[in-house]
Design a protein around this ligand. Structure first.
Ligand code: DNO
Length: 393
């Protein structure tokens, strides 16, 4: 595996020059200043690449080259956005960057209800609590029709959660859900979300899946010709939120889309944390079925918590070896896939991975860090994963 680290660019509180000490050789980053739908200029890509190379590291994966809402909904400017997407791919390929992660989640990217929940060991972890999310949806966003999306027991608990929130707590929850997570929709307001929700009126899961297939039908052949690998990140969490369709939540979802656009350049990001929230998800089976098309791995762990809705779990971001995913079995499967690729003579036999997220531990709590992306917590995760990889090798 190529051991990578997500770095958010020059504003990231962790410096590139720190990364050789954490043990990573590869960098996962994006040009976050460009809005979805805007072409990334080749000069800006080259500048970022040089910055990374100057620290003795390699830019292994773009995460993300975001797919605009216009593309997801097939809105009016779609042709221009697709053109920009392909142009960005062309420039990335020209700079030698071949792996590009994206997601197809409507409106909200990854979602949590608490970013720093105190843990018994003294550090903090991120949390998704379904009744708290429902309190936001039903009582803060006050989305029309939201009540139909929750069983009564969830509505009752959501009412109790909401009654216990003061103004500051309501604002905090709103920020956490819609505007607070790195790489997501920094800075949206409730009204922005309401306006965007309206653009999904009438878009069923089947339609959104078709839109994803249409998007890939356009960009995957282009990526293939450039020798690139696109890898779709799963829905996080792997179920519908705010009444929106989500279509990349299960292994079957991936199998369907990768079959529909059956090119090596159309691949998957295996994210054990996102998909592992689903009690039926089996990471080893994912690798067995889709191994040749896995272009990137996010290794992190989640622990399901009791939830009043059996179809939508609450969960905690666990230490990397302590959640519901069997990390040893997952790495064994991924490393077997690498061996298979080597035997086949594939140039991309080594799969980039990164320790995804981490709990805030020790000095993380006194440093500035982005939610989910603390230095020490992720470094602990990477160290544990490296230990497993060394033992398996
Ligand atoms: C959260 C991340 C996501 C991910 C995007 C990929 O930490 O895993 O923000 O980067 O969904 O497009």
């Amino acid at each position: 595996m190529i051991e990578c680290w997500r770095w958010f660019g020059p504003d990231d509180p962790t410096q590139l020059s720190d990364l050789p000490q954490v043990g990573a050789t590869g960098v996962v980053t994006a040009l976050h200043v460009f809005a979805p739908g805007v072409e990334w200029p080749r000069a800006a890509i080259a500048e970022r690449k040089a910055m990374i190379a100057a620290a003795g590291l390699t830019w292994e994966v773009v995460e993300s080259l975001p797919v605009s809402e216009t593309i997801k909904t097939q809105g009016a400017d779609m042709a221009a956005h697709l053109k920009a997407y392909k142009a960005s791919l062309t420039s990335l390929a020209a700079e030698g960057i071949e792996t590009v992660c994206y997601n197809f989640m409507p409106i909200l990217d990854w979602t949590r209800t608490q970013t720093r929940a105190p843990q018994p060991h003294g550090g903090t972890a991120m949390l998704f609590d379904l009744p708290t999310f429902a309190a936001f949806d039903l009582h803060i966003l006050a989305r029309p029709g939201a009540a139909e999306d929750y069983p009564e027991v969830v509505r009752v608990q959501a009412g109790q959660v909401h009654a216990g929130l003061d103004d500051a707590a309501r604002q905090q929850l709103t920020r956490t859900i819609i505007a607070g997570l790195p790489g997501a929709n920094d800075g949206w307001t409730l009204d922005d979300v309401r306006a965007r929700l309206a653009t999904y009126d009438g878009i069923t899961p089947a339609q959104l899946r078709q839109n994803l297939i249409d998007f890939l039908g356009e960009v995957a052949p282009h990526a293939q010709a450039l020798g690139m690998r696109l890898c779709c990140h799963p829905d996080d969490p792997p179920f519908s939120l705010l009444g929106l369709p989500r279509v990349m939540s299960t292994t079957d979802d991936y199998a369907h889309v990768l079959e529909a656009v059956n090119l090596p350049s159309s691949g998957a990001t295996l994210c054990t944390g996102s998909m592992g929230v689903d009690p039926f998800f089996d990471a080893v089976e994912f690798v067995r079925r889709l191994g040749p098309r896995i272009h990137f791995a996010h290794l992190r762990n989640t622990k399901r918590l009791p939830s009043p809705d059996p179809a939508r779990a609450s969960f905690l971001e666990a230490p990397h070896l302590e959640g519901d995913t069997d990390m040893v079995a997952t790495l064994r499967a991924l490393m077997a896939e690498e061996t298979r690729r080597r035997a086949e003579g594939r140039a991309d036999h080594t799969i980039p991975m990164r320790p995804d997220h981490g709990q805030e531990l020790l000095t993380d709590r006194t440093r500035d860090s982005l939610p989910g992306y603390p230095l020490i917590g992720r470094m602990r995760g990477l160290a544990e994963l490296r230990g497993i990889m060394a033992a398996l090798a």
